[in-house]
Ligand binder design. Structure first.
Ligand code: 6GU
Length: 246
């Protein structure tokens, strides 16, 4: 997968050299380019923002540097939008990011992230980009960040770990929270007793059928306690006959 990030703070992306994302890059599973948007300014102050038309607080990102940057990253407009990159614009005004969206993005060849700062980006940038890319405005949740940079780190981590070959044991991806519409059961490791607290006996029983049932019950209880919204909106097949007490 090829990923380009446009930002006025490239230093935010130093962590992309660490840990498993760094390894995905050195092994060639992931190719990342981080670009300073100010490279596409021409004035002495390298201006990227201006006051909002119609008034209001703060500043808005001017369209010209973005347009020039997209022209550089995508010099030939794709024949077909289906094979065009996906442009992701992090904004609290976007659709909610989710494991399902991460999985969709992990199936793409090329992603471009456009990190807004200040109050946001001139909307014409997104309209113009949509003639050459599949544009998605994406929000992490109902709170406001200074800019899109940290949100891009979050989204990239969720996407990259789904790329084939990045996580050694693919079972990790199917067992985890949000993989199946429920939260994962609690986890335990050695020692069997720690500060007087015992690991649940069933997990040490070696009875894989009992263990699976216990984990399923714990998943349901935890989801009901922490995320009742997930149970309320669960597809019927998320819950099944195994969940009826016997
Ligand atoms: Cl994706 N970007 C910004 N700037 N703020 C946010 C967000 C994204 N998601 C929640 N708040």
């Amino acid at each position: 997968m090829r990923v380009d990030v446009l930002t006025i703070f490239p230093d935010y992306f130093a962590p992309l050299s660490l840990s498993l994302i760094g390894k995905a890059r050195t092994t060639g599973l992931l190719d990342v380019g981080v670009h300073d948007l100010r490279e596409w300014t021409h004035d002495v102050h390298r201006t990227v923002d201006d006051t909002p038309y119609g008034g209001g607080p703060g500043m808005v990102m001017r369209p010209e540097p973005w347009g020039a940057a997209f022209d550089t990253l995508l010099p030939v407009p794709p024949e077909d939008l289906d094979v065009a990159p996906v442009l992701i614009v992090p904004t609290p005004a976007g659709e909610r990011f989710s494991q399902a969206l991460a999985a969709d993005l992990a199936a793409e060849q090329r992603l471009i992230f456009a990190c807004g700062r200040y109050e946001g980006i001139d909307q014409r940038v997104l309209e113009d980009a949509a003639t050459r890319m599949r544009v998605r405005e994406v929000s992490l949740g109902d709170y406001v960040l200074f800019g899109g940079e940290v949100a891009v780190l979050v989204m990239l981590e969720a996407v990259v770990r789904l790329l084939p070959g990045v996580i050694g044991n693919a079972d990790s991806l199917t067992e985890e929270s949000h993989a199946n519409g429920l939260l994962e059961a609690p986890l335990y490791t050695k020692p069997a007793v720690w500060r007087g607290r015992e690991v649940p006996e069933v997990l040490r029983s070696g009875d894989h059928g009992k263990i699976a049932k216990w984990r399923r019950a714990q998943s349901l209880l935890r989801t009901a306690a922490q995320r009742p919204d997930m149970l309320a909106s669960a597809a019927p097949e998320t819950l099944d006959k195994h969940d009826v007490a016997t």
